[in-house]
Design a protein around this ligand. Structure first.
Ligand code: ARG
Length: 252
């Protein structure tokens, strides 16, 4: 009996050891698939993410590719509606959100954020001939936003809900502005500039009306392993110049 117990104990100990080693061997990256990092985004947000043909390019795509490389995994990009991202993260359909995604208290309740990698702020876009000069002038206006964004929260703080028109992406909101369906659009400063540059004769930008926002990468709540890997990767690419190169390439 004693011998049996001893053997059993030995078997269990080696099984446990194999379990531990097995985990480390497979590389516990904190990703669903040990070989890849799946990033969720909404690729209609230049210069952070946009389509070039059917390829997602931009600041976030390149930062995440560099972090994935540091982690020794492949990057896969899943492009979806912006307001579907939190659910996709909670479901495990994606490992992280990299989408010019702002750290926000209500988001922090359901996900964890990495160290920040960019400071942005909301910009108001109006048509060239608009009389709007400040956010206060929007009080009786209709505002177009991308649904689920911080731009939407800013608009809701200025006007009644029925005066906020949500669109699937910023470009659609800007089209509604040039068509006269809305009086203004509130969106992050860099995409605002990108949209403006496509139509400088018709549009005007109003900056400096809202607080700064910090972009970070979101992971599923309590996924400390992935969070650490992402933060380590981010620190590395900030240190070795890769981060600066990416920013310089996309933001002039
Ligand atoms: N910074 C804003 C937010 O977090 C807008 C982000 C929109 N991103 C995108 N890829 N469409 O709500």
């Amino acid at each position: 009996m004693k011998k049996v117990m001893k053997i059993l104990a030995a078997v269990m100990a080696s099984a446990m050891l194999a379990g531990v080693v097995g985990c480390a061997g497979a590389g516990d990256k904190g990703t669903k698939d040990p070989k890849k990092l799946v990033m969720g985004t909404n690729a209609a947000f230049p210069p952070f993410e946009y389509l070039e043909g059917d390829k997602v390019v931009g600041v976030d795509a390149e930062i995440m590719a560099a972090i994935a490389k540091e982690m020794g995994v492949e990057l896969e990009i899943s492009d979806m509606e912006f307001d579907s991202l939190p659910t996709a993260l909670a479901n495990g359909q994606i490992d992280c959100i990299a989408a010019g995604f702002t750290i926000k208290p209500d988001r922090e309740e359901t996900m964890d954020f990495s160290d920040t990698y960019y400071t942005a702020s909301q910009t108001i876009i109006v048509s060239k001939d608009s009389t709007v000069k400040t956010s206060a002038d929007l009080a009786d206006k209709t505002i177009g936003v991308q649904t689920g964004t911080t731009g939407s929260s800013c608009a809701l703080a200025l006007v009644p809900e029925e005066n906020v028109k949500g669109f699937g992406n910023g470009m659609l909101a800007v089209e509604a502005l040039t068509n006269g369906q809305v009086d203004a659009v509130i969106i992050d400063n860099n995409p605002a500039k990108a949209y403006y540059n496509e139509n400088p004769d018709k549009l005007k930008l109003i900056e400096g009306q809202f607080d700064d926002e910090a972009y970070a990468i979101a992971v599923k709540k309590d996924n400390a392993t992935l969070l650490k890997n992402i933060n380590d990767g981010l620190a590395k690419i900030k240190e070795n110049g890769t981060y600066d190169e990416i920013i310089a390439k996309y933001i002039k």
